[in-house]
Design a protein around this ligand. Sequence first.
Ligand code: PRX
Length: 636
Amino acid sequence: MVIKTFDEYQAAYKHSVDDPESFWAEIAQEFHWRKPWKKTLQWNFTEPTIKWFVGGKLNITENCLDRHLATRGDQPAIIWEPNDPHEASITLTYRMLHDQVCRMANVLKRNGVQKGDRVCIYLPMVPELAISVLACARIGAIHSVVFGGFSAQSIADRINDAQCKLVITADGAYRGNKEITLKGTVDDALIGCPSVQRVIVMTRTRTPIAMFKGRDVWMEQELKQVTAHCPAEEMDAEDILFILYTSGSTGKPKGVVHTIGGYMVYAAYTFQNVFQYKQDGRTGPQVHFCTADIGWITGHSYIVYGPLACGATSLLFEGVPTWPDAGRFWDIVDKHAVNILYTAPTAIRSLMSFGLDMVKNHDLSSLEVLGSVGEPINEEAWHWYDDNIGKNRCPIVDTWWQTETGGLMISPIANVTPLKPAYATLPLPGVQPILVDENGKEIEGNGVSGNLCIKFPWPGMLRTTYGDHDRCKQTYFATYPGLYFTGDGCLRDEDGYYRITGRVDDVLNVSGHRIGTAEVENAINMHTGVVESAVVGYPHDIKGQGIYAYVIIDQAPVDNDTDLMKRDILATVSRIIGPIAKPDKIQFVAGLPKTRSGKIMRRILRKIAEGELESLGDTSTLLDPAVVEEIKEGVV
Ligand code: PRX
């Protein structure tokens, strides 16, 4: 399954298009199936129905853990680096991880979790997070991991949508020099979550917390009650593995559903090929360091499932790149002799701004492959990464993909695909991209740009949105019938290389986090005194995009302190969604530019937020063009 040359890539690509079923069947055969599948693929993009490895039976944890015990039981599976560099790191071998996953799975069973039940996980980046995820998969429970930066309200929305029965959390989390409460936030969330019967709490910060009799139990005590014997549940390839909530252009976040067989095959295949992971690296099995949080898809696929399915060593980091100083990543690379570093452009840009002194005095010679994910990488950041971190000897794989795609889609294969700075380059085998115009007409040839769609299923793609299949259909398959629409704009250059230019819908990408403008507007509108708001993105040097909010209020701020009122609005947004959705700029306005039919003309607001005050285009269709002048004068 490993591609070693560009010719092999081209041959694999051709095979994957000419005969997708035999292509993926060959790859899937390398895994452990309890029962073979009867049909490799059944699909249509209308309903949509997508089924891979139909009738196949397996358990993903047998593939990620048990299968490796005989050959590499004593090899590190997870290396954990804590927030504070003075605290000891922890290494879990495959045998130890297997043992701990089985124990945690037994704890879940003891607490009433059964196959098919949903479990919400709200934990810091500690080994127990990966262990909990795998423990759910062991017994066929469906995990829904919620990123630690989300508010009580966001947790409650996700728990209620999936009707979770149990929550796994911690007392608190360390992030840089901050200590964050987790259990308190979960307690607030659970006031409105009748489906939750049990909360398992681990201690991390050992902060005093409320523990409610009959509902809350300590993880450490529970673990003492169980053995490490837990046979894996036999699952269908199309049973749900997890739900992961992500933002779209309308409404509340949707629960993207991934199923076991296809997701496993795809996460493993893409991990192995794109990063060219080697068991026999210069000093033994390579160390793969993905800096994402397991609360996002990148962490699911490239910290947990992809690497473990391939028997790799995956490094899990609890902290932040800038604490105790901006050399923290380089310190980790040096300390653990990291070979593959996979991070986001926003982190690179932020670290760039601290200067090269932070990189100096760290031995980065172990690095062999660098990766980028989550947002377009600008050329300046690409070259800085290449020159100063990879020292011009490590390929940079700029990987384009989405929560919905489950795994990497358009990306170079390290040391195989000729690179071009800031390009995601070429589709991986099995991925059939197509560019379309506004009307859904295919844009053929090279040197063109359009809306990026995918015209054929791949094993890692989403199957539905939890509890609302029609939403899945409307969001991804209705805009251009017969195609999966990504929501991204894209150009294909003269060489047929792809470059993702950013979202074409009302979704923002702030520091690599996906945030819907409608969600932020709803949160702002919940603030006392706010009548209406409109949120757009604007270019931000570090975050990629910043959030700009235009807000109409119906009363003067208390004490006439507008600055304080803006901070109040930020507090409301933090409460409703979480700190990651706080606007960077708020401008109070008397009106918003609307058409006669009442639609906000976001194009104009975007231009103003971008500082392009002179080229606003046609404003004659506006109900009240004077509004625009007023907004231009008040730009913040
Ligand atoms: O706009 C694209 C951008 O991130 C979106 C997906 O966000 P999310 O589902 O949160 O997943 C992020 C991690 C896979 C995409 O629609 N995006 C992701 N990777 C890239 C990118 N934009 C440009 N280049 C990339 N490499």
